[in-house]
Design a protein around this ligand. Structure first.
Ligand SMILES: [Fe+2]
Length: 283
């Protein structure tokens, strides 16, 4: 019998990788990296065997998609930000059985979903960055789910999340689910000073983000779920915040009542709002 052992919303900002390298940005994202390490250790303590990453950098235009190759190995450079992430080596095992089951359960629930085992279907950095810090030794298997759902309703993503929970519980795996994406996601304008790398693009976004984090701390999911569509729209949510809709679908949507555990405090990165937070799994 499988188990959802941990759920979290996590950052994946490319400046985390930059933070590792010698130079003026070294150490700038240490808090975010430490947050990932804490979540990774928590997963080890819970005997998790597989990460399912809801990745807002995997763009899809129709249907839901799961990358469940038997393994992933390569050297990654971001097309979007090659000056931030370049030549990043990675190697992880996959969990094809779980990926196939996710698609079966979602399809049975009426959410059209394909699982893919295509060697040349690679991981995006919404998966690769958290795995670098939580799973650097390849201890855990990895399944990646497309969560930049360009033409999808948030309600369908909620239902995908509910089906994901069923799939996990019908599997043989102990799973941690990561919603890998930001809060507000309005980048700084081109030509902004380099120091803006640590600032929010607009005070409005920071104020809404902080209110959202308050709701999360209070476990007020009724209010948050009611505002999610407008929040995702007005605050330019990353990937339409389909990662967050899936995560809350997994946990019970507006019937969920647990306060989050903040692992890395809210911070701004290149104009966007970021956080690492564990969402306690209901018994
Ligand atoms: Fe991102």
């Amino acid at each position: 019998m499988g188990k959802l052992a941990l759920a979290a919303k996590v950052t994946h900002v490319p400046s985390m990788y930059l933070s590792e390298l010698p130079g003026k940005h070294q150490g700038c994202r240490e808090a975010a990296i430490q947050g990932h390490r804490i979540i990774g250790q928590r997963c080890r303590d819970l005997d998790v065997d597989t990460f399912v990453v809801l990745d807002v950098h995997w763009l899809v235009n129709g249907g839901y998609h799961v990358n469940c190759n038997s393994g992933f190995k390569g050297r990654y450079t971001s097309n979007e930000l090659p000056h931030f992430i370049k030549d990043m080596d990675y190697a992880y095992r996959g969990n094809p059985q779980l990926g196939r089951r996710i698609a079966e359960c979602a399809n049975a629930a009426g959410v059209g979903t394909r699982s893919h085992e295509i060697d040349s279907l690679e991981l995006e950095y919404g998966t690769l960055v958290p795995m670098r810090y939580m799973n650097g030794d390849g201890h855990f298997s990895v399944v990646s789910v497309a969560a930049w759902c360009a033409w999808h309703s948030l309600d369908d993503s909620r239902r995908f999340g509910a089906a994901l929970r069923q799939a996990i519980e019908a599997s043989d795996s102990r799973v941690a689910v990561l919603a890998s994406g930001s809060l507000s996601h309005r980048f700084n304008d081109n030509g902004s000073p380099e120091a803006a790398m640590h600032q929010i693009s607009r005070e409005f976004f920071r104020q809404v983000d902080l209110r959202v984090v308050d709701l999360w701390r209070q476990g007020d999911w009724k209010s948050f779920c009611a505002m999610l569509p407008e929040y995702a729209d007005l605050c330019v949510g990353e990937g339409g915040m389909h990662d967050t809709a899936m995560l809350l679908g997994l946990l019970g949507w507006d019937g969920y009542d647990k306060p989050v555990e903040i692992v890395t405090d809210y911070f701004a990165s290149s104009g966007t709002g970021q956080i690492n937070a564990i969402f306690p799994v209901p018994a």
